[in-house]
Design a protein around this ligand. Structure first.
Ligand SMILES: C[S@@+](CC[C@H](N)C(=O)[O-])C[C@H]1O[C@@H](n2cnc3c(N)ncnc32)[C@H](O)[C@@H]1O
Length: 338
């Protein structure tokens, strides 16, 4: 049986410590279950030249399309075919179409780790009816300063977000405008007031950009939109069935520095319960929702019950729970809308 070796990003090991290999295993299992042409078998940790690798076999040799898919694993640094004692590098073809500083430049208290965000986006899109390399439309209804949105744009997707925090909205708007200018991308970016029923309901950032003039002419344009408002009002800003996936990192129920927002008066699960009917309406049939949350703020079974109550099908995914700090043990849950 063909065997492969996966080298984990040093940064991933630093962030996750002992959980890095387990999270990689779990993500690899989801790729195997949902997208690869061959079954993934016999996954184990192996030392090669004193360096830890995750090695695995597949029932059939991996196809080029499989290697391309695995190039997007949130932890992958390099991928090899194992040939006796030797490792043969496999050519990685990640979806990434923008420079990585889009995701790494912004640093702030309460930022969701970017590798984790990529993991959550991956396993959510894989649960949906859309392939990872399609033009997926992503909604983060608690988007902060846009880590999910930026990862979505990186993949060539369209991204939409909502956040109640005015400072986050303003910081992200400024960041995106500056970034697009610095990259000299052909783009438009404007903030417009949003009014509903004669009253001001929030503000909205609308961005359109293309990576080159040729792309722009060919209509290869990506869209980003962010509304500064309470997420429970999302239905006022977007039409039903607007999004292929919803990916969000829920508030942890602990204060991160100066980050406030009216939503913090509710517990994370209360907020999800209140907002879910609205979020679900915005999801297309065949779409998936991936939520990460602090397990100290609510039990897995309770979140699953909230999702099922809304008619969503909770996925039987492998173990993704991991320690973040003394106040946060994070887990994820993915559910599908039929
Ligand atoms: C864990 S943070 C998400 C951080 C984001 N992924 C990032 O990397 O910037 C949760 C976010 O939920 C927002 N939030 C809390 N309650 C909300 C509500 N009712 N409506 C909209 N946003 C809310 C907070 O302002 C915060 O930005």
């Amino acid at each position: 049986m063909p065997r492969y070796a996966l080298l984990i990003l040093p940064a991933y090991n630093r962030v996750y410590g002992e959980s890095a290999l387990r999270l990689t295993r779990s993500e690899l299992a989801v790729f195997g279950l949902k997208a690869l042409t061959a079954e993934v078998l016999d996954v184990e940790e192996t030392l090669v030249g004193g360096v830890p690798y995750l090695t695995f076999s597949t029932a059939e040799p991996l196809q080029d399309a499989d290697i391309a898919l695995l190039s997007n694993l949130s932890s992958v640094y390099a991928l090899f075919g194992v040939e006796d004692e030797l490792l043969r590098p496999l050519a990685m073809r990640p979806l990434d179409r923008l420079s990585s500083d889009l995701i790494t430049i912004q640093k702030y208290a309460g930022k969701t780790n970017e590798h984790f965000t990529k993991l959550l986006l991956n396993v959510t899109v894989l649960a949906s009816a859309r392939p990872l390399d399609a033009r997926v439309s992503v909604f983060d209804p608690l988007c902060g300063r846009g880590t999910t949105l930026n990862q979505a744009l990186m993949y060539g997707y369209d991204a939409t977000g909502v956040d109640v925090d005015t400072k986050d909205f303003e910081a992200y708007t400024l960041f995106m405008k500056t970034w697009l200018k610095n990259k000299r991308f052909k783009h438009s970016a404007e903030v417009v007031p949003v009014r509903r029923g004669g009253a001001r309901a929030g503000r909205r950032l609308n961005v359109e950009f293309a990576v080159s003039k040729e792309a722009y002419k060919a209509g290869d344009v990506q869209h980003l939109s962010v509304v500064n408002s309470d997420t429970v009002r999302s239905r006022e800003f977007f039409k039903p069935r607007s999004f292929d996936v919803i990916v969000t990192d829920a508030p942890y129920g602990v204060q991160h520095g100066s980050r406030g927002g009216s939503g913090l008066s509710r517990s994370p699960l209360e907020l999800i319960e209140e907002a879910l009917p609205v979020w679900s309406e915005l999801l297309r049939p065949g779409g998936a929702i991936g939520i990460s949350w602090n397990t100290y703020g609510g039990k897995r079974a309770d979140l699953a019950a909230i999702l099922r109550e809304e008619g969503l099908e909770v996925q039987e995914y492998p173990d993704f729970e991991h320690w973040v700090d003394q106040a946060i043990v994070r887990d994820i849950m993915v559910a599908v809308k039929r």
